[in-house]
Design a protein. Structure first.
Length: 275
């Protein structure tokens, strides 16, 4: 789609202003019904916050890691980008979710960019002959805000009668090369460099893109470190509220300021009720 529009791929140090401008340019040049990007207000929120020294959940202190004013600009950014015509319409976003391979506008050639976990690239690439690429997200004041972290956690019971065996099982999952080959990168690339390198040696073209990207992220965090934080308590409720807020803005039911105020007060209630 970039080639069809005659637009060069962006540099890796692009900004959110660049992202909005490129999204609009793609939409303008490719015509009605084709969009530069999906709206990822919700999925990109923690990245945006980390780029500004904040985060969704402050695990160290057990508190929310952001204030209302920290996210207002993020919602305003997407509202303006949508108004400018570079973003998938709310109607299409609902009927064609970005993470649904059977409905994604990325696959049907109606949207050029979106935000997805790297391990989903192969599934999306298998449904289109157009080559897909992974590209670093736009940078903020403190860098990319993308942290190379696990997609799952494996834990053992603290009072188990078999601590040695539990440790052996965990060690197998994490460090054994045969386990790495069996698991592949379906749930993300291996967290250890040794097993990551092992699989990369046997990687196909699409997998190579994933490894190149995750290696890029790993290197970037050495000079631009970020605190790792997992989903806040009550995340399912939080995510639903965030999606509803985005739709209220998109369908014109609330102004950005009204919607964000309700969203933040609702987030506080959800967080407090799940302590």
């Amino acid at each position: 789609m970039f080639e069809k529009a005659g637009i060069p791929l962006p540099e890796t140090d692009w900004t959110w202003e660049d992202y909005a401008a490129i999204s609009k340019e793609l939409s303008d040049k490719l015509g009605d019904g084709i969009f530069g990007t999906y709206n990822f207000t919700v999925d990109g929120m923690d990245i945006y916050l980390k780029q500004r020294g904040k985060q969704l959940y402050d695990m160290t202190n057990g508190t929310l890691g952001f204030a209302q004013e920290d996210i207002l600009e993020w919602f305003q950014y997407w509202e303006k980008a949508s108004a400018d015509g570079g973003v998938v319409t709310p109607e299409l976003q609902v009927s064609n979710p970005h993470d649904d391979t059977s409905k994604s506008l990325l696959i049907t050639g109606k949207a050029a960019m979106t935000l997805l976990p790297s391990n989903q690239l192969a599934a999306f690439q298998s449904l289109t002959e157009d080559p897909l690429i992974l590209h670093p997200v736009p940078r903020g004041p403190k860098g990319t805000g993308v942290v190379f972290e696990s997609s799952q956690g494996l834990s053992g019971y603290a009072n188990t009668k078999h601590p040695k065996e539990v440790a052996m099982l965990m060690d197998f999952w994490i460090n054994d090369p045969d386990a790495a080959r069996i698991l592949g990168n379906d749930r993300g690339v291996p967290v250890t460099e040794t097993n990551r390198n092992l699989l990369q040696e046997e990687a196909g073209a699409v997998e190579e893109l994933v490894y190149d990207y995750t290696n890029f992220v790993s290197e970037a965090t050495k000079t631009e470190p970020f605190d790792v934080s997992y989903n806040p308590p009550g995340f399912a409720e939080f995510s639903k509220l965030a999606q509803t807020t985005t739709q209220e803005i998109g369908f014109g039911r609330k102004s950005v300021e009204e919607a964000v105020s309700s969203f933040y007060s609702g987030t506080l209630r959800i967080f407090e009720s799940n302590q």
